[in-house]
Design a protein around this ligand. Sequence first.
Ligand code: ZN
Length: 273
Amino acid sequence: MYEKLEECPSCRYPKLVNQLILQDSLISGESFALVGCANCHLRFLNPRPTDITRFLAPQLIDRLPSGKRMSLITRLLTRKIVKQQLSLVHHYNPQKLLNIASGVNSFRRLLTKSRDVIQVQPITSEISLPGIPKSLKFEMITCWEGFGHAKELKDSIKQLRKKLVKDGKLLIHLANPTSPVADHFGQAWAAYDAPRSMYFASPSSAEMLFTKTKFNIVERIPCPAYNLLYVLVSTFQSQGSIDILQALRLSRKTNNQSRDTDNYCSYIYVLEK
Ligand SMILES: [Zn+2]
């Protein structure tokens, strides 16, 4: 079953512009139309499956070929990504933390034992918080991967907002569809991952979305370590093999372009209730 949206799920503007056709090369082979809102420029699948459970697939990092050099690269990338996530948690120092659908499981393992951490995963078509009492609230909620799976975009953010204490922080990682690496790969950009991911927000469309859901944006932090990951996965998915030297060169080139234009491949948004 599929459903079609008549307006932007963020700003409700009715004019939607066709962007790309995305193919699910991992599970179904089906094609999906990606549209963009003419006002806030949020991109989203339209129409979209009513339930994405049957399309679920491994995380980005599991979609690479095996081999010594590749596993060394993915280990280094994972370490960089998790280090950045952990340093943010330590900086804000919450005692009660809810982690939603962490793509990199070592994040949960490495959190200090002194913190009270609850983890919920995976996100399917909805962000559901099974087994968490209504009255339980958190100082921080982290959502590193998979936020784009949440079908009801604003409702999901509002639901998370309700689970935060006053001044609590929501940390969301979002890939940037207007970044140089996304432009380079077009419909083959790994982060599109249709139909598992349904929404893609540039920094300006993310800011509009979070403002509309009553969050203050405290920080927007670039995550350049994802750039090489996107290059590797996008290349492997579209070509079936990877020339590692070429991938490193392309990643360096697109990362430099990102730095020069302040338009990184992905960001962590630190939002405050
Ligand atoms: Zn919009």
